[in-house]
Write a protein that binds this ligand. Sequence first.
Ligand SMILES: C[S@@+](CC[C@H](N)C(=O)[O-])C[C@H]1O[C@@H](n2cnc3c(N)ncnc32)[C@H](O)[C@@H]1O
Length: 253
Amino acid sequence: MAGRAPSPPETWDAFFSDFYLRAYAADEREGEAEAQALAAARLAGCPEGGELLDVPCGFGRHAVPAARAGYRVTGVDRAAALLEEARRRAGGERWPKFVTADYRELPFRDASFDAAMNLFSSLGYLGDDEDTRVLAEIRRVLRPSARLVVELVHRDRVVRGFAEQDWRLLGEGRLLLEQRTFDAASGVAQTTQTLIDGTGGRESRSFSVRVYSATELVAMLTRAGFAEVRCYGDLEGVPFGVDTRLVAVAVSP
Ligand SMILES: C[S@@+](CC[C@H](N)C(=O)[O-])C[C@H]1O[C@@H](n2cnc3c(N)ncnc32)[C@H](O)[C@@H]1O
């Protein structure tokens, strides 16, 4: 592909670390992740008490409340620091189970799960071919007619609402600054995030991610072997549009 490519694994390892926990885990809105998890499980058609795969699960913000709601949840991620926080949140309960793995090679038998969710822009780190491989691997471990819910920011929305720079106020007087560029030829967004603490101390991470359009994601899901794909604008199933997030629901054959 001409132009930029997604960042290599060492960049992702440096980002999905203590840095990510400080930027995202300390300032969650009460009940938000729980509502998302339950909506995603419903949209995925997971039966009550069914086996639900959360891949990648990050620090467990969806897996833990979904398990408390009765689903038998397995969370998979490759980031050790995030899984440690996920286990702490689970507090020694039987569910969810957390597994360290690369999502291109899931350590489960074929047809192990009733549903799967891939939430919060969790594709685009590997590029078109390897991200398609991730989707094919998730399909492999789903039972026939089971559904995968993918939720992410899509290209049309990124382009229309493009801001080169913005910031978010975190707790304790901290700031998260984001600076972005977007390479339209490759569809790759480059972002630098800077955490600024209460005393003015700064720490930055830069990364490049492939941002898919709905058309591209549907084509990838089809290539990955899914039988039917529908697009929505959120996890409650509102209509999809340029300014909504993208939620794709793909059915395993
Ligand atoms: C933006 S986070 C979202 C996590 C979670 N779905 C959430 O909503 O909090 C993306 C996650 O992808 C994981 N990840 C990135 N590359 C991966 C890979 N090759 N295999 C497994 N997990 C990966 C990261 O460790 C990180 O936890």
